[in-house]
Every structure is written in structure tokens, then in C-alpha cells.
Design a protein around this ligand. Structure first.
Ligand code: OFO
Length: 166
């Protein structure tokens, strides 16, 4: 059985994962309109993954006798300036999510909820991977600079990030 505090904190994380999915969907749509089809494909996959993270939490809360509550979401931005700025925003958002997961882990220890602590380890590992991926992509973008040919290749290459995932 989940304590009220843990249930509330996990429900808050559901909202964060759902908002992440919406943010990446908005990025996918923006990239598609810009003609960056590879970036759009990547972002559509990221959006789906965040929805999976949300569902995993919903199922866990209900399985442990709590009630996963689906709430209203903050609307994402619909313009992202340049694709470099968009990936910077993505990295900053992933860092924010990692901090939120860390706080959750901390609460589970204070509440002595070792089952939820164990459940959250998957999210800890996922955040390490997602932050590292965002940094790798930003490094590549910095290498390209303003080179149009480089951008074309980047847009093509980024699809591999979606197919190389375990
Ligand atoms: Fe939900 O994995 Fe990143 O944000």
C-alpha cells in the first residue's frame, strides 16, 4: 500500500511525464513543418516514450492500491526558434525531469517505501541515458555550425538514435 505522500508524489510525476510527451510532440510537429523530417521522426519517438513512462507510473500506482489520477496539462510551446535551441530546451527539460525523479527517490527513502524505491531505479537509469543522448546530439549540432550540408546529414543521421535504443 502506498502512503498518501508517495501516491501524491507519483501522481505529480505522471503529470510531468505526460507534459514531457506533449512537449516532444510539439517539437516533432514544429520540426516536421520546418522540413526536418529526421528530427521530427526522432521527436515523435521521444513523445511516445514519455507516454510509456507515464503509463508505467499509472499502472504501478493502481497495482499498489493507490489511484493514478490523470490531470490537466500545461500547454507546451509551439515555436522553438532554431533546431539547436530546440535541442537545448530538450536537454534542459530532461535535467528538470531527472531532478524530479531524484526528489521522488529521496521521498521513498524517507518514507521507507523500498518497493517504490526499487521501481524508480528504472527511471533513474532512463534519465541518465536520455540526458547523455541529448548532450551527444547537441555536440553534433555544435560541430555542424551553419553548414547546410551538415544539417542535411544530421537530419538523416538522427533517425539512428531512434533505432539504436534497446
Ligand atoms: Fe520520461 O524520460 Fe525523460 O523525460
Amino acid at each position: 500500500m502506498l502512503s498518501t505522500k508517495i501516491e501524491k508524489s507519483l501522481n505529480n510525476q505522471i503529470k510531468i511525464e505526460a507534459e514531457s510527451s506533449q512537449i516532444y510532440l510539439a517539437m516533432a510537429s514544429w520540426a516536421e513543418v520546418q522540413g526536418l523530417s529526421g528530427v521530427a521522426t526522432f521527436m515523435y519517438v521521444q513523445s511516445d516514450e514519455e507516454r510509456d513512462h507515464e503509463l508505467k507510473l499509472v499502472r504501478y500506482i493502481n497495482e499498489r492500491g493507490g489511484h493514478a489520477k490523470i490531470s490537466a496539462l500545461v500547454a507546451p510551446s509551439i515555436e522553438f526558434g532554431s533546431f539547436k535551441e530546440m535541442f537545448k530546451t530538450l536537454l534542459e527539460h530532461e535535467i528538470f525531469v531527472s531532478q524530479s525523479i531524484n526528489k521522488l527517490v529521496d521521498i521513498t527513502l524517507k518514507e521507507k517505501d523500498y518497493a517504490t524505491h526499487n521501481f524508480l531505479q528504472w527511471y533513474v537509469a532512463e534519465q541518465i541515458e536520455e540526458e547523455a543522448q541529448a548532450r551527444t546530439i547537441l555536440d553534433k549540432i555544435n560541430l555542424i555550425g551553419n553548414d547546410k550540408g551538415g544539417l542535411y546529414l544530421f537530419d538523416n543521421d538522427i533517425k539512428q538514435f531512434t533505432t539504436n535504443k534497446p
